[in-house]
Design a protein around this ligand. Structure first.
Ligand code: ZN
Ligand code: ZN
Length: 430
């Protein structure tokens, strides 16, 4: 859950992923993706009216723009999209000029990172992301016209899984395979068996739904709202989802945790979760799914693992990193995260520490040291494993979306679009 408050010190007059409080004074807005923890205040009249009255713009990826325009047709002109990997020059009301480049974030449809550049500063805001270094390195927006890597001084980082216990996750393909195996096993056991795929969020499972169709040639039942708000704009999701209950796989189709079934059916619920898989590693050959007849779990992450984060930070070599996702109620977790950030940026040239610790309050400092002592005493094996048991609601991110590409008819987007108008590319993150 993002705890970023919308402002980047080096870029005054802009706000990202937060649209209330002090952010109402900004003159340019950015949205990394359409998850509710990144849209605080966006739905409030105060913000929307300000956009319209002051003729301000909220920039995002075209998929997010379409979503916003279809939800708020009266404010459609206030939502604009920017190209991927190409710098765009913008100027705030105070005449502060800067470039912004959108980079794919691999988290959900339309999710992007923002690379902000001024004459003095270059800052990367990652939003939520899941990318391997090899994918990240390919982004043209990271390089100067001469082909050298831009010097990024500061990163605002998705630290959702920046803990030792989430060192690794299975690849997206491995996770998709495990999910499909659980479905296949259940459907083959009895023709009356059906599957309820609990993705914990309305949007964001598009890779999974597409893979299921590819494997079983069977559409997944989704509800009318999901279809109207999102799937109807995705031509290549057409065959993967259905509004008919007459299918054997269901997902988010009848409210958050319920599903469609008759008395004769036997349901296997498959919970898609990443947080459950603490200390997973490929080397230890730990299963990436659990199966118990009616209740299963499968590991699938839309956020980068510690290893994936570390790889990217070591490639960028920023001087400063700020955490976008801080577990504010858990000082031990917070401090573990900050230590890991420090480890990642140490050894860079020039060597500078993360500013995060110095930003903790005096009280937090004393808690930090207390926590270290306690951890040392409790855990003689050196495992800093202080987290509590994870509940079933662990990685709920409301209203998730996925990466999309290429607009078939730009005019449809301008109109908010009754017809389907987007295509998205599943191979992008394979
Ligand atoms: Zn998200
Ligand atoms: Zn259903």
């Amino acid at each position: 859950m993002s705890t970023f408050k919308g402002k980047i010190d080096e870029f005054p007059g802009i706000s990202i992923d937060d649209f209330e409080g002090n952010n109402l004074k900004s003159s340019i807005y950015f949205l990394s993706h359409v998850h509710t923890d990144h849209m605080r205040g966006l739905y409030q009249c105060e913000f929307l009216k300000r956009l319209a009255n002051e003729k301000l713009t909220l920039y995002s990826h075209e998929v997010s723009t379409i979503f916003l325009r279809s939800r708020y047709p009266d404010y459609a002109n206030c939502f604009q999209y920017l190209p991927i990997n190409l710098p765009t020059t913008l100027k705030t009301a105070d005449k502060f000029e800067f470039n912004v480049t959108l980079l794919p974030a691999g988290h959900c449809p339309g999710s992007v990172m923002f690379l902000f550049e001024s004459d003095k500063h270059t800052v990367l805001y990652t939003g939520d992301f899941r990318l391997k270094l090899a994918e990240f390195k390919k982004f043209k927006g990271l390089y100067t016209p001469q082909g050298t890597l831009k010097r990024i001084q500061k990163v605002h980082l998705d630290t959702t899984f920046m803990f030792k216990r989430y060192e690794q996750f299975p690849s997206r393909e491995e996770s998709l395979g495990a999910i499909c195996n659980l479905i296949e096993e259940w459907l083959e056991q009895d023709p009356k068996n059906i599957v309820n795929l609990d993705t914990r969020y309305r949007y964001g499972a598009e890779f999974i739904l597409s893979k299921i169709y590819e494997r079983f040639k069977m559409p997944v039942h989704v509800d009318q709202r999901s279809y109207d708000e999102f799937y109807k704009y995705l031509p290549n999701m057409d065959k993967c989802v259905t509004l008919s209950k007459n299918t054997r796989i269901h997902s988010y189709c009848n409210g958050y945790k319920s599903f469609c079934s008759s008395g004769e059916t036997t349901i296997r619920k498959i919970v898609i979760t990443a947080m459950f898989w603490k200390d997973w590693s490929k080397e230890k050959q730990i299963n990436i799914s659990t199966s118990n007849s009616n209740f299963c779990r499968a590991c699938y992450s839309t956020h980068a693992s510690l290893q994936e984060i570390r790889d990217i930070l070591k490639f960028i070599k920023p001087e400063q990193v700020e955490a976008n996702v801080v577990p504010e109620d858990d000082i031990c977790d917070t401090n573990e995260m900050l230590d890991l950030i420090d480890e990642c940026i140490e050894g860079n040239t020039p060597i500078k520490r993360s500013p995060m610790k110095s930003r903790l309050s005096e009280e937090s400092h004393s808690k930090y040291y207390d926590c270290q002592k306690k951890t040392d005493k409790v855990d003689t094996k050196g495992n800093n494993n202080v987290n509590v048991e994870v509940s079933d609601d662990d990685d709920v991110y409301d209203e998730e979306f996925h990466k999309l590409r290429s607009v078939k008819d730009k005019n449809l987007i301008k109109n908010g679009g009754e017809k389907r108008c987007l295509d998205f590319d599943l191979s992008m993150f394979d």
